[in-house]
Design a protein. Structure first.
Length: 157
């Protein structure tokens, strides 16, 4: 009977990297599709008030947001600590809400303009006078669908 000899140790074959670009692009596309970007930078601090009855909004794409609260710490030296109104990416006054609503309506399709909702994201410590002024200005420009954003009240047992 013959003997088989092991002459040399065979090295492991190199791992093929031909499919590596495909995997990288697949991951890239996955994260690009699944990531949602913030549309506006927050310039005011908002701690939402608690509510017991919350309803989820069906179409967020038809919603325009008005933020009300004290400026972020980086802007407090310039704007103070009093409550401010943020429309898009800048501080505005109550009188400028009408122009904001008009521009938001123009950016929507004609059939969706009557379905537009204005969401007020207000800090829980904001004085009600500012909210009332905003509501009055929204009435003047016929933006009558108003929603108040709140967090769910935690129920304790």
């Amino acid at each position: 009977m013959g003997r088989f000899r092991k002459s040399e140790k065979k090295a492991a074959p190199a791992i093929s990297t031909a499919s590596l670009p495909d995997i990288v692009f697949m991951l890239l596309f996955f994260f690009m599709i699944s990531t949602s970007f913030r549309q506006t930078d927050k310039l005011v601090q908002v701690k939402l008030p608690a509510a017991t009855e919350n309803v989820k909004l069906e179409r967020k794409d038809l919603t325009s947001y008005i933020y009300v609260g004290s400026p972020i710490p980086a802007k407090q030296a310039q704007f103070g600590t009093d409550s401010r109104i943020q429309l898009n990416d800048s501080y505005r006054t109550v009188n400028e809400i009408r122009d904001f609503i008009a521009s938001e309506r123009e950016s929507r399709a004609e059939g969706e303009r009557d379905q537009m909702t204005v969401a007020i994201k207000s800090d829980e410590n904001v004085r009600m006078g500012i909210i009332t002024d905003i509501k009055q200005e929204l009435r003047r420009c016929s933006a009558l669908k108003i929603m108040y954003v709140a967090r769910q009240l935690e129920q304790r047992n």
